[in-house]
Design a protein around this ligand. Structure first.
Ligand SMILES: Cc1cc2nc3c(=O)[nH]c(=O)nc-3n(C[C@H](O)[C@H](O)[C@H](O)COP(=O)(O)OP(=O)(O)OC[C@H]3O[C@@H](n4cnc5c(N)ncnc54)[C@H](O)[C@@H]3O)c2cc1C
Length: 318
């Protein structure tokens, strides 16, 4: 899938000229993912602004060099041979939160894709705006949350996102609004056919929130964080739930537990004792260990329940 990039002096010079933010060659992706695994990306860049990002994307498309977008890397499993082409990190320079419109009942808040979801949730609480508390405690960036339709039993991005700006590989910047936003379970379906080597990039999102009491929101957020920390493992790197909850069956964690896979290890990869749908890297796991352990879990669950678990974590690279 990935396209070869000749990282000669000319390419190094040309990409450095286009990006004021970080440009690193052969950058280990383990340093940019919550699972702490993954081989090197040929090139890692962190543009400083949307303009820089747009110019970079247009140039990479014209040069026929593949790119892959990352937010905070909290839902990524990068394979051990890494990523060919250019990894574009949104979380360093594409930031900012602002109020777009304010009314007595509802307010629209805009957040740039690289902004932390946590900061957006705090911003909303401080302003006494309800609607985003479901996301309190979900790691990652706003762009990643939009792409993953991140959520919990209490809500998901699709319920509050009213508009998003997307940059397409042909250089078009489109404002996608309410009716054209299509979501699935942990998925945002951007309309149109896409070249997987040059995927669309979410630049920002606008969220419609309701006026509420700041104190009540803060208390609710505190309770949600407490309940999250009671349910989820502490220590050890993870990507949160590794499998999607299947339709018409018990949650993935319950199926994994009842299949006897809780606590099963492979190298330094471990099926969490606390929440069986979490796979932890306890220090030196490789992506290969985690992938093998995922396969073991899938086959145990299939054998016992005839249910095929599908990864929620995005598996990328070689
Ligand atoms: C401890 C823990 C708990 C978690 N709990 C939850 C939870 O309760 N609910 C939940 O839904 N998730 C949860 N997650 C998973 C993860 O935090 C979410 O999926 C999060 O929204 C991913 O955001 P990110 O910025 O880290 O995205 P990344 O992991 O960097 O990327 C995820 C996907 O989005 C794409 N992407 C990212 N940014 C952009 C962009 N700007 N434009 C285009 N594509 C982009 C990437 O290419 C990739 O395909 C948890 C993870 C951890 C580690």
């Amino acid at each position: 899938m990935s396209r070869f990039v000749r990282i000669d002096r000319a390419f190094r010079g040309a990409i450095r000229q286009r990006v004021n933010g970080a440009v690193v060659f052969d950058e280990p992706m383990a340093a940019h993912t919550w699972l702490r695994v993954g081989g090197a990306a040929d090139v890692y860049v962190a543009p400083n602004s949307p303009d820089e990002l747009t110019a970079l994307v247009k140039w990479l498309v014209a040069e026929d060099v593949s790119y892959f977008i990352i937010g905070d890397g909290s839902n990524l499993l990068v394979k051990d041979k890494g990523i060919r082409g250019v990894v574009i990190d949104m979380s360093a320079g594409i930031k900012g939160i602002s109020v777009l419109s304010e009314g007595p009942v509802s307010t629209v808040v805009q957040a740039m894709a690289g902004e932390s979801l946590h900061r957006l949730c705090r911003f909303a609480i401080d302003k006494g705006l309800a609607g985003l508390n479901f996301a309190v405690g979900i790691p990652g960036s706003v762009g990643g949350a939009i792409m993953m339709n991140a959520g919990t039993a209490d809500g998901a991005v699709e319920q509050v996102l009213t508009q998003t700006t997307v940059l397409f590989a042909d250089g078009r910047m489109e404002f996608l609004k309410n009716s054209s936003l299509a979501f699935g379970y942990r998925e945002f379906k951007i309309p149109g056919a896409h070249d997987p080597l040059h995927p669309p990039v979410v630049i920002e999102g606008s969220f419609q929130l309701q006026s509420s009491s700041r104190e009540d929101l803060a208390a609710e957020a505190k309770a949600l964080l407490k309940s999250r920390s009671e349910r989820q493992p502490k220590g050890g790197a993870s990507a949160g739930c590794i499998f999607k909850n299947p339709q018409n069956a018990e949650p993935a964690g319950a199926l994994i537990e009842q299949s006897g896979m809780k606590g099963v290890k492979l190298g330094d990869a471990l099926v969490s004792e606390k929440h069986a749908n979490f796979i932890l890297n306890r220090g030196n796991a490789k992506a290969g260990d985690i992938l093998q352990l995922m396969e073991k879990v899938q086959s145990a669950v299939y054998k016992k329940f005839g249910v095929e678990l599908k990864p929620e974590v995005r598996i990328v690279g070689e």
